[in-house]
Design a protein around this ligand. Structure first.
Ligand code: GAR
Length: 195
C-alpha cells in the first residue's frame, strides 16, 4: 500500500480528484495519509477533514526564517513515512534536503505542456494568461517528478487540451483542470502505486 502525502495551497480540486479516484477504485494500492498546506485558509484542508484524513497546516510565517521552516516541514513529512509526495497546487519551494531524501518520490502537477509556460513565476492562472497571450492553440497539463530545478524533472504523463477563441484565463484554467489535470494526476499515481 503506497503511503501518499498531498501538499496543497489552495482550493484542492486536484486533491479531490485523487480522493475520488481512490474511492472509485481508479487508484488502487494507495492511501492518502496526510494533507499538508502552507495556507491556513486553504479549502483543500476542509476536503481532507471531510475524508477523515489528517490535515496539517505549516505556515512559513510561523517560523523565524526559511531554514527553520524547511526543517519543520521535513520533520513533519518524515513523521508519516511516505512513499510518495504529491504536489497538488503547492506554491512553496520544496527544500533541497527534502528533494534529496525523497528523490523520485515527489511528483507535481503543472497546468501546461512542459516545457511551455513553466519555470519561475509560472503558476496557477499566470500559466493560462501566458498561454493566451502567446496565442497557442493547444495547451494541457503535465505530471512530472520534482528535482532541484523549477518544473524541470522527468515527465511522467502529459495531456493536451484545446484553446478556444473566446477563452479567458479562468475558462481555460477550468478546461485544463477538467480535461487534463484531474485525469492524469490520478493516472500517474495509479501507475506509481502498481509498478
Ligand atoms: C492547479 O491548476 C495546478 O496545476 C496549479 O495550481 C492549481 C491548483 O488547483 N499548479 C501550479 O501552477 C504549479 N506550478 P487546486 O488547488 O484546485 O488543485
Amino acid at each position: 500500500m503506497l503511503r501518499i502525502g498531498v501538499m496543497v495551497s489552495g482550493g484542492g480540486t486536484n486533491l479531490q480528484a485523487i480522493l475520488d479516484a481512490i474511492d472509485q477504485g481508479r487508484i488502487t494500492n494507495a492511501k492518502v495519509e496526510v494533507v499538508i498546506s502552507n495556507n491556513p485558509g486553504a479549502y483543500a484542508l476542509e476536503r481532507a477533514k471531510a475524508h477523515n484524513i489528517e490535515a496539517v497546516c505549516l505556515s512559513p510565517k510561523s517560523y523565524s526564517d526559511r531554514a527553520a521552516f524547511n526543517q519543520a516541514f521535513l520533520d513533519k513529512v518524515n513523521e508519516y513515512h511516505l512513499d510518495l509526495i504529491v504536489l497538488a497546487g503547492f506554491l512553496v519551494t520544496i527544500p533541497e534536503e527534502m528533494i534529496k531524501e525523497y528523490r523520485n518520490k515527489i511528483i507535481n502537477i503543472h497546468p501546461s505542456l512542459i516545457p511551455s509556460f513553466c519555470g519561475v513565476g509560472y503558476y496557477g492562472l499566470k500559466v493560462h494568461e501566458a498561454a493566451l497571450k502567446r496565442g497557442v492553440k493547444i495547451t494541457g497539463a503535465t505530471v512530472h517528478y520534482v528535482d532541484e530545478g523549477v518544473d524541470s524533472g522527468p515527465i511522467i504523463l502529459q495531456k493536451a487540451v484545446e484553446v478556444l477563441d473566446k477563452d479567458t484565463p479562468e475558462i481555460l484554467q477550468r478546461r485544463v483542470m477538467e480535461q487534463a489535470e484531474w485525469v492524469i494526476l490520478p493516472q500517474a499515481i495509479q501507475m506509481i502505486a502498481n509498478q
